[in-house]
Design a protein around this ligand. Sequence first.
Ligand code: HEC
Length: 110
Amino acid sequence: MRNSIVGLVALVVSFAFAGTVFADGAAIYKAKCAACHGQKGEGMKGMAPAQKGNEFITKGKADDIKKVIVDGRAGAAKKFKEFAIDMPKSGLSDADATELVKFLQGDLQK
Ligand code: HEC
């Protein structure tokens, strides 16, 4: 009996862990992006551009978007004068950035 409880706990823990390995884009967005780009990707005046309805997201290549997320965009590479701050490097893994781009181009645009 005791062994099966231990086994069950181990199983539950491994499921919880799997959840963090395959993190979903919506959760990452909330935790790491919404503070600047808005909860629904609506952007923030003087802070960061909108993600929703933004052609760089809706029509852009996933790899180009991923590059901005992973490397950030600062200095001469900056595109917008109305936002004084840089797009910071996210520090996300390649896999997480891929999930995030799927969310940005998918559910966030709905
Ligand atoms: C500290 C505020 C801040 C945070 C946090 C932040 N960004 Fe940004 N982001 C910016 C700013 C400012 C720009 C505009 C940079 C420029 O002038 O080109 C930007 C630009 C972008 C762009 C390019 C948009 C375009 O039209 O060219 C994308 C894509 C983007 N951010 C995605 C994200 C994602 C995804 C996250 C979360 C991992 C995130 N950002 C977190 C401030 C932020």
